[in-house]
Design a protein around this ligand. Structure first.
Ligand SMILES: Nc1nc2c(c(=O)[nH]1)N[C@H]1C(S)=C(S)[C@@H](COP(=O)(O)OP(=O)(O)OC[C@H]3O[C@@H](n4cnc5c(N)ncnc54)[C@H](O)[C@@H]3O)O[C@H]1N2
Ligand code: MOO
Length: 393
């Protein structure tokens, strides 16, 4: 059995960043820029007033008087210069007229007809934003992450209506097993409702991919072969279940019968041991174990990092951070253990049952506490590494 690090490295070796496409800016949130973007214009494009008030030249003494010669509003400037003893009525965002060096806010003046008088306590700020204060055409924007709503606002201000982004990775998901029906279908007496494929589809979609949920493959070579045929064209094929050693665990055999180049089979982790990966019909393929928690844990540990590689975000393991243990735990075995845990004020509280069939425990968990192979017993308060669960990954 290989380590999770080695398995991840071999999965990364099967993958490459995808090509680019252009999307309307309304659809850019959550996508990854395909190349650095420069603004189409400077922002602000002209010296702009930061306040409502009067634009004048120089620093006025209290009591100084100015004649109002015009108005500059946002979207409609005052044409012409401002001379000494002249002022232009100006509003927030409006172009500051030529010759003016500052804006005195309207609270600091009194106005009588076309004359303003400066009050006794004017501030020292110019209240003028120079042209290009926010960004200029020579700037370059290239965040190494999925675009946030704040980034969309910035790209819009830069003048871009269409954004070049990395294509969404299409992940074909094939659940396998005679025992499975889809939610909404009526299960037979020995059947259960499929869950992993739906959970994994949600994980893929939330991470910026497009899940292609294929019909459940039955435990026959022909049915699995049909599902694999339907996966053609995907950027990644993920099978669920049928990965272990039982008589009905046929994924490995069927994939190899179709010429799969296997990158590995079995990883020293818990849950997730019977994981496999390789290349099938030219497509990268990951075969996940069927136990519901195992497949979701492998989704976080392998599938999300794989998606990030295809999105051009680099080769990185699932992000981890350290938290204290709320209670002591015994020694770990010889496989890396991803333990379901809830996070509270006193740290990570590890769930009593770590059975890899229990989705109720996984759903209640906030994180996976990662125990290295042969980790000794740990006491309350000791720091452990966690992989957070949730939508942020
Ligand atoms: N003799 C051994 N038996 C098992 C071993 C082993 O090493 N020796 N490994 C165990 C481990 S660990 C796991 S994990 C499971 C994984 O087996 P498979 O990948 O072959 O999965 P299945 O047998 O097809 O299913 C296991 C379990 O999960 C349920 N399942 C499968 N797919 C779904 C789905 N889409 N939605 C909901 N539930 C699903 C399935 O009904 C089974 O209950 O093998 C152990 N056995
Ligand atoms: O690896 Mo299994 O995934 O321990 O339940």
């Amino acid at each position: 059995m290989i380590s999770t690090d080695e398995a991840l490295a071999r999965i990364f070796a099967l993958l490459a960043p995808l090509d680019a496409e252009r999307v309307p800016i309304r659809r850019a949130a959550g996508r990854v820029l395909a190349r650095p973007i420069s603004p189409l214009r400077d922002q602000p494009p002209f010296p702009a007033s930061a306040m409502d008030g009067y634009a004048i030249a120089g620093d006025p003494e209290p009591g100084a008087r100015f004649r109002v010669i015009g108005t500059s509003a946002a979207g409609r400037r005052h044409d012409g210069p401002v001379g000494p003893e002249e002022a232009v009525r100006i509003f927030t965002g409006a172009p500051v007229p030529e010759g003016a060096t500052r804006v005195v806010i309207q609270e600091d003046v009194t106005r009588d007809g076309d004359t303003i008088t400066i009050g006794g306590n004017v501030g020292t700020g110019t209240n003028v934003r120079p042209a290009g204060l926010d960004f200029t055409r020579t700037d370059s924007f290239a965040p190494a992450r999925r675009l946030r709503p704040e980034d969309v606002a910035l790209l819009a201000a830069m003048g871009h209506a269409e954004i070049p982004v990395i294509r969404r990775p299409v992940v074909a998901l094939i659940a396998t097993g005679d025992e499975l029906v889809m939610p909404g279908e009526v299960p037979g007496p020995d059947q259960i409702v499929a869950s992993n494929n739906l959970g994994l589809a949600a994980l893929v979609d939330a991470a910026g991919g497009t899940a292609r949920l294929l019909p459940i493959a039955r435990d026959t070579e022909a049915s699995l072969a049909t599902a694999i045929d339907l996966a053609q064209g995907a950027d990644l094929v993920v099978t669920i279940g049928g990965a272990s050693v039982g008589a009905h665990d046929i994924v490995g055999a069927v994939a190899e019968g179709r010429g799969m180049e296997r990158a590995f089979y079995k990883v020293a982790m818990r849950p997730g041991k019977p994981l496999m990966a390789g290349r099938l019909d030219g497509m990268p393929m990951i075969g996940l174990p069927g136990n519901p928690v195992s497949s979701m844990v492998c989704g976080h540990v392998f599938l999300l990092p794989a998606l990030r590689v295809m999105l051009g975000l680099g080769e990185h393991a699932a992000p981890r951070r350290k938290v204290p243990l709320a209670e002591g735990i015994g020694a770990n075995g010889d496989r890396e253990h991803y333990m379901r845990a809830e996070l509270g004020p006193d740290g990570a509280r590890i769930a009593t049952s770590q059975d890899s069939a229990l989705l109720s425990v996984l759903s209640a968990a906030d994180a996976l506490v990662v125990r290295p192979p042969n980790d000794p017993p740990r006491e309350a308060g000791e720091l452990v590494e966690i992989v957070p669960l949730g939508l942020s990954g």
